[in-house]
Structure formats: structure tokens, C-alpha cells
Design a binder for this molecule. Structure first.
Ligand code: ADP
Ligand code: MG
Length: 231
């Protein structure tokens, strides 16, 4: 029943602080946070079969406890259009990652649906030494990185808090149908914030959580990358 506790205990037992993307996304799913469909492949053939089942285009990503920033390691390939590209992508990622870190332990390759491009948002959580579990929201790209346009609230969040975190951003017009950007489903984003709040309140051993990016659509949203770090 409780996958989250199982995953966290297993990581602790193995002395791992960073959960794998598969683990983080399984936990998200248990808390009702929408994530891309995914499967773990152990070889090229499995990857192609899984890609056929999920449907194209496909994204492949390295799953390794030694690789936290996957792009940096050459561990992400997007927009693969058929089984042959998936098989060669699999090989290429293993090659890149091995070059990047020779002794990286490779669990497998994550085969996942490619989420259509949209406005990207970021949801995070950190365990503040003074205030405890704190949830963060921002719009992806320069808004977070350059302009530091993010909102924080100490958990637990009420639905109203979650809404305010979104609507009080300077970049909010981008989520509200500004010029070329499609309006985002604010209810869906607020619901993700509340779910993250529940997740980190239920699991005090989570030190950091990072859903980056989440694609925000006119109807619904989808988490593309998830990271969870334990104490
Ligand atoms: P990391 O942050 O570890 O480098 P990500 O999983 O965030 O790896 O992948 C890097 C980028 O690739 C993302 O920011 C996103 O733009 C794109 N991407 C990754 N997975 C998907 C997906 N399933 N659908 C669409 N785009 C994706
Ligand atoms: Mg990422």
C-alpha cells in the first residue's frame, strides 16, 4: 500500500540520500501528482518494446544513483521517434554517462512519454532549519534563475495559500494567458502544491524536493522531472 515509506526505507538502508527519478515519480503518483508515463528498461530491446507501448515521441534518461544532473552527463535524449532511434539512444546514453563518470552505477534507462512543450513551472520543497517543511513555486527559466521570482509558504498549505503562491507571482500573467502563452490550469497547479505539502509533512525525512520542470497546460499539468533528497 504505502510505496512512499517503502522507497524511503530502501534508500536509507542502501545509504542513498538522492532518490532515483523512478522512485521520486512513484512517490509523486502515490500523492496524486501527475507525472509522465515511465518504465525502467535494462537493455536496448526492453527500451524499444516499452517505447512502442508508451507511444512516440519518447524521452530516454539515465537512472543512476551517481548521476543527479542527468543532462550534464549526456544522460537525456528527447524526441525519439521510433524503436530504432530508442535502441541507438539507449546505447548512446550509456556511452555518454560512462565517459562522464567511469564508475557510475547504472540501474537502467527510463523510457518515458514526451510531454508536449508548454509553459514550464517549478515546484519545490525545502526543510528549513527554523520553519520546517516549506513549499516553493515559480515559473521556469529566467523567472526563477535570473529574476528570483518565486514564492515560499511554510507547510502545511491550505488551498487558499497554494492559489496565492501562484497568483501573487510577478510572472503570473504568463500563466493567465499573456500574449502567446496559453492560460495554465491554476487549479491543477494549486492541487500539486497541496499534494507536495502533504507529501513533505507526512515524510519529515525529506530534505529537498524538486519538480522541475512541470508542464502547465490549459487543462492539467505534468511533472517531467522529479528529484527528492533525504536528510
Ligand atoms: P536533469 O534536470 O536531471 O538534467 P530532466 O529530466 O529535467 O533532467 O531533463 C532535462 C530537460 O529535458 C527538461 O528540463 C525538459 O526540458 C526535457 N525533458 C525531460 N523529460 C521530458 C519529458 N518526459 N517530456 C518532455 N521534455 C522532457
Ligand atoms: Mg530537471
Amino acid at each position: 500500500m504505502n510505496q512512499t515509506a517503502k522507497i524511503i526505507n530502501q534508500a536509507k538502508k542502501e545509504g542513498r540520500k538522492a532518490l532515483l527519478e523512478t522512485e521520486a515519480k512513484t512517490i509523486c503518483t502515490e500523492y496524486g501528482i501527475p507525472v509522465t508515463k515511465f518504465n525502467l528498461a535494462k537493455n536496448e530491446k526492453e527500451a524499444s518494446t516499452q517505447a512502442d507501448q508508451i507511444g512516440y515521441p519518447i524521452v530516454l534518461k539515465i537512472v543512476s544513483p551517481d548521476i543527479i544532473h542527468k543532462t550534464e552527463a549526456g544522460g537525456v535524449m528527447v524526441n525519439l521517434k521510433n524503436a530504432a532511434d530508442v535502441a541507438s539512444g539507449y546505447k548512446k546514453i550509456i556511452e555518454n554517462v560512462t565517459k562522464y563518470k567511469m564508475d557510475a552505477k547504472i540501474v537502467g534507462i527510463l523510457v518515458q512519454e514526451m510531454a508536449p512543450q508548454s509553459t514550464e513551472v517549478i515546484v519545490g520543497a525545502i526543510k528549513d532549519p527554523q520553519f520546517g517543511q516549506t513549499v516553493m513555486f515559480g515559473v521556469g527559466g529566467i523567472f526563477v534563475e535570473l529574476l528570483k521570482d518565486v514564492n515560499f509558504r511554510v507547510a502545511p498549505l491550505a488551498a487558499e495559500d497554494a492559489k496565492e503562491m501562484i497568483t501573487q507571482l510577478k510572472a503570473f500573467p504568463l500563466l493567465n494567458g499573456y500574449r502567446n502563452s496559453p492560460p495554465a490550469d491554476i487549479e491543477a497547479l494549486a492541487s500539486i502544491l497541496c499534494s507536495v505539502s502533504r507529501l513533505v509533512m507526512d515524510n519529515p525525512e525529506i530534505k529537498e524536493l524538486d519538480l522541475n520542470p512541470i508542464m502547465a497546460y490549459p487543462k492539467g499539468a505534468k511533472t517531467v522531472d522529479a528529484r527528492i533528497i533525504l536528510e
